[in-house]
Design a protein around this ligand. Structure first.
Ligand code: ZN
Ligand code: ZN
Length: 242
């Protein structure tokens, strides 16, 4: 027999929706409080192109899984996964999530990511989930690390330990946004340190929110590999389209 509270739940939910309406953050339409986006806006999120280099994200021809450059690079992640392209309307949502105190969006954004690429993540033999860390001073300034919130949600959904105390940002770097690719690489060089005891011989899911040129996740990957990591799989919510 169902509990009486179950029977009135739909009514309570409808009443709460009237008292505290929830709106789609993209178009502003009223939506059920269990949803994040309206059914229309979900279909407008920019999917990732079918063929791209699984190490750096550059579009490739046909079924090639690694571009010519990455084939000969060492110390790169074994795989890079993206759920979406960093285009509107998603890019606007991510900016609000990151800079306008919308930390509560970490869970619905992680849900969107899992809907798109959860199957691929489950197929990887992951042992732990690690976010790209912020420098402590920047964390203090911003109040939260958007990559860590997202990574925490992914760890929960993938049932893997969430590790935040073993990969650190040791160098305060300039924001990457105004730098070109070469300057970005130099800027984050040796910016991370990783604990051997935690990462030696492990397969790690490294999480960031946005992948631009890859220089940040590659620098973090190098630190993990220097600490002995066996495989580094990178997962980002969105990749900048270039
Ligand atoms: Zn909408
Ligand atoms: Zn590549």
């Amino acid at each position: 027999m169902t509990h009486p509270i179950q029977a009135v739940k739909p009514m309570l939910r409808a009443l709460l929706n009237v008292l505290f309406p929830v709106f789609c953050p993209i178009c502003g339409r009223s939506i059920p409080d269990s949803e994040f986006l309206c059914t229309h806006c979900i279909t407008t999120l920019p999917p990732i192109p079918k063929n791209y280099c699984l190490t750096c994200g550059t579009s490739t021809q046909g079924t090639v899984s690694e571009c010519g450059t990455c084939l000969y690079e060492i110390g790169l992640p074994e795989r890079v996964y993206f759920a979406f392209l960093y285009l509107e309307p998603l890019s606007k949502l991510i900016v609000r999530y990151k800079f306008h105190d919308r930390s509560e969006w970490a869970e619905p954004l992680a849900d969107l990511l899992m809907e798109r690429i959860g199957d691929l993540m489950h197929r990887e033999d992951l042992e732990m989930v690690v976010p790209v860390p912020l420098h402590p001073l920047r964390l203090l300034w911003r109040g939260y690390n958007q990559a860590a919130l997202l990574a925490g949600m992914l760890a929960k959904k993938l049932h893997r330990p969430f590790v935040t105390n073993a990969l650190h940002r040791s160098k305060m770097t300039r924001p990457q946004t105004k730098l070109n690719q070469k300057a970005r690489l130099i800027n984050v060089q040796d910016a991370f340190v990783a604990k051997k005891a935690t990462f030696a011989d492990r397969t790690i899911l490294l999480v960031d929110d946005v992948f631009t040129t890859g220089s940040t996740v590659w620098a973090a990957t190098r630190a993990l590999k220097d600490a002995g990591a066996r495989r580094v799989v990178v997962c980002c919510l969105a990749r900048v389209d270039y």
